[in-house]
Unconditional design. Structure first.
Length: 456
């Protein structure tokens, strides 16, 4: 079941009721490309270098037993296990406070999944079924990175550890058992497809890519496949730029050289983790003058954005963000729809498997606690009986005390709860007690008088 944060604030009592009847509350709270525009997503993004600090801040600030953060250009999500009442609201407060955004401003864009819904959502994300590009494989690597950071920070516990591993295995099943990843559809592919629609032949053109990550490499593969004439790779670390450029017979430059080389570019694709824009309106204006206003096609895949939005106001510039690529992406989705339906069936099955494990784990914990309590009662009663024997009391007296003490102490708590349930009309607990202790129902007891409620 999925709730918006607005729903939960209105239905607080209902949320509490769900919590009371759940076994081990797992939550996913976040935003994605479906619920929030890029202007909001970039404000909530967490740089990979900051993930460890953010995880410690979240866990200590909200007192969560388990948590992980996934932050990409299209989503920021917090996975966590309940740490007391209203954990979801305290995580929202932390999210807003950490990024300096009022929670009322955030609330319309947020979604919240819990337990079975949270598990299913996690498996769908890992499998690429919740991505901007249906079935894209990059999200799995990003989720593995999020998992590793949480593991290194010590914020994973048994539930989330198992959930992430289960999600990785499910994503592998989806890849191997369906055709979800067989057609070349991705943000990078969409960007290159759009460039081909604008320019036609790419052979006489020069592409400048900013960044050297997985998305940029994928874009270069598509550009190379369509015969791009020249490639320039700009990156903060020039050694990394050189390594990528060599694979595609390109040139490597540092970010400081961008203003001098920008005029050479017909196509600019940028995807970095920079916290501030790399290309501003002034730099692009100067490049256009050098080009004598020959058009430049620019795609900003980064969140936060690498290219100032004002650049899009310039004539002779075609600027697209990840949100603008949606139409191009939609045209390439038809071949994946049947595979997606098959993948959803796998997700449903795997989510049920995980929930069975979660319930079984909670039952094991309950049984362990029950046995520990029984062992404590036994030890206390046995000690009293042994004391009686040492005091000279007869074995019969000691055994009577032992039996009486064990019976009273073991039955006190359940009998008290059953009496309360009877007074409050809690038929479910009474029925559960009959099933738990395998008691006969009143109509099955031949000595029970239905009129008086007593035995004859």
């Amino acid at each position: 079941m999925h709730f918006s944060l607005g729903d939960l604030y209105v239905l607080g009592a209902f949320s509490g009721h769900l919590r009371h009847n759940s076994v081990s509350m797992l939550f996913t709270l976040g935003i994605n490309h479906k619920t929030a525009p890029v202007a909001i997503r970039e404000r909530l993004s967490v740089n990979e270098s900051q993930l460890g600090e953010a995880l410690h801040s979240l866990r200590s600030g909200v007192l969560l037993p388990e948590t992980a953060i996934l932050s990409t250009c299209n989503r920021t999500e917090v996975y966590f296990r309940e740490g007391g009442k209203q954990s979801e609201h305290r995580v929202l407060d932390w999210l807003g406070g950490y990024h300096g955004i009022d929670r009322d401003e955030l609330r319309p864009y947020l979604y919240l999944h819990h337990d079975g819904s949270a598990v299913r959502h996690t498996l769908r994300v890992a499998s690429g079924l919740d991505s901007l590009v249906l079935g894209e494989p990059q999200i799995l690597g990003q989720m593995k990175t999020a998992y590793q950071h949480a593991h290194d920070a010590g914020t994973l516990g048994r539930s989330l550890e198992r959930l992430f591993q289960h999600a990785f295995a499910t994503a592998k099943d989806v890849r191997t058992q369906t055709a979800i990843g067989q057609s070349a559809v991705s943000v990078a592919f969409a960007a290159v497809s759009l460039a081909r629609q604008i320019f036609g032949d790419l052979k006489p053109l020069t592409a400048l890519v900013i960044g050297a990550g997985e998305t940029i490499e994928l874009a270069l593969q598509h550009l190379s496949g369509h015969g791009i004439g020249q490639v320039i790779v700009a990156n903060r670390t020039e050694e990394r730029a050189q390594a990528v450029a060599e694979r595609f017979d390109g040139q490597a430059i540092s970010l400081n050289q961008l203003p001098d080389r920008l005029a050479e570019a017909d196509i600019v694709i940028s995807s970095t983790a920079a916290p501030l824009p790399i290309l501003g309106k002034g730099a692009v204006e100067r490049a256009l003058r050098k080009r004598r206003h020959k058009p430049i096609f620019m795609v900003d895949i980064a969140v936060p954005r690498d290219i100032e939005p004002e650049v899009g106001q310039l004539e002779d510039v075609y600027l697209y963000t990840v949100d603008d690529l949606q139409e191009v992406i939609d045209e390439n989705m038809a071949s994946r729809q049947a595979a997606a339906a098959q993948a959803e069936e796998i997700i449903t099955q795997r989510a049920s498997e995980f929930m069975r494990w979660l319930r079984a784990r909670d039952s094991v914990d309950s049984i362990r606690q029950l046995r520990q309590r029984a062992e404590a009662v036994k030890a206390e009663s046995l000690a009293r009986a042994e004391a009686m024997l040492r005091a000279g009391k007869s074995p019969e007296e000691a055994m009577q005390l032992l039996a009486h003490s064990l019976t009273n102490k073991l039955m006190h708590a359940p009998c008290k709860s059953l009496n309360t349930a009877a007074h409050e009309g809690d038929a479910r607990l009474l029925d559960a007690a009959h099933r738990l202790f395998q008691l006969p129902s009143p109509e099955d007891d031949p000595g029970h008088d239905p009129e008086s409620g007593t035995r004859s």
